[in-house]
Design a protein around this ligand. Structure first.
Ligand code: ZN
Length: 268
């Protein structure tokens, strides 16, 4: 009887142990599953954090690009306004920009610049086009480092006459023989003696824009020659109606003279 009871107790204990073992195993499995889940979620969070960091970096780049573009837009507007002010009709208007196929800048046989229609054209392309137009204009000082001794407009007659006389250009004093450079690219349409101007070179830059270099000691180009910006075209002298060695520099648009100060960039 006692043996029977012992056996029963043993079985009971064995059963309880088995149940406890099962419970423990189940709990362990649950914990392991939770740990795996946590690990996965941590990994996902790390990935998300990296993604956010990447997006933030991208945003910073975009913001920097936007700032650059804003500067470019401002530059474009200034450039466009300055070209329109200098040569009315050189650039197509905003409306013809949008509707017209292309606006071609004919440049007396020179390779011409094509301005594509504004629609769909990127800002950088438009800027490049404007810069290409500016590259054709006479905007460089013909004697870098020269000294302007007489401005554009009415002035006392330098030859001692009683009346004020119109001065259609500016005078830049320099030693006789100082090289004179083309203010912009173009074709020489005159090189030789021209009345009061003495030895003179006239360069056509296209669209009726010309630059004139007077009182030269010598012309170093011939009529019909193509010249580049900064190319030597003659040397300073005092030929024609002149009181001493200097360069008389003029900008002409059609038949009218224009103030060179509005054209030349920077200081002499
Ligand atoms: Zn002059």
């Amino acid at each position: 009887m006692r043996d029977e009871l012992d056996r029963l107790a043993m079985r009971f204990l064995l059963a309880v142990s088995l149940i406890l073992l099962c419970c423990f195993a189940y709990q362990t499995m649950r914990h392991q599953a939770a740990v795996v889940e946590l690990e996965v979620s941590l990994e996902a969070r790390a990935e998300a954090t990296a993604e956010v960091a990447a997006l933030e970096a991208e945003l910073a780049i975009l913001e920097a690009r936007l700032a650059v573009l804003e500067v470019e837009v401002a530059r474009l507007e200034v450039l466009e306004a300055s070209i329109r002010a200098r040569v009315p009709g050189w650039l197509p208007g905003p409306q013809s920009d949008a509707r017209g196929p292309t606006a071609r800048i004919a440049s007396v046989g020179q390779p011409s610049v094509v301005l594509p229609a504004a629609a769909g054209v990127g800002l950088e392309a438009r800027l490049e086009d404007l810069v290409a137009v500016v590259d054709l204009l006479p905007t460089s000082w013909p004697i870098p480092g020269g000294r302007v001794t007489s401005g554009y407009g009415l002035r006392q007659d330098p030859m001692g006459g009683p009346d004020e006389v119109w001065h259609g250009g500016i005078d830049i004093a320099a030693r006789r023989g100082t090289p004179v450079q083309a203010a912009g690219p173009g074709r020489v349409v005159y090189a030789g003696w021209l009345k009061a101007y003495g030895n003179t070179v006239i360069i056509d830059h296209g669209r009726g824009v010309q630059s004139l270099y007077g009182h030269l000691d010598k012309c170093r180009v011939q009529s019909g020659a193509w010249v580049t910006r900064g190319q030597g075209i003659g040397s300073v002298g005092s030929t024609g109606r002149s009181t001493g060695p200097h360069l008389h520099f003029e900008i002409r648009i059609g038949q009218e003279s224009a103030n060179p100060w509005d054209w030349l960039q920077g200081v002499p």
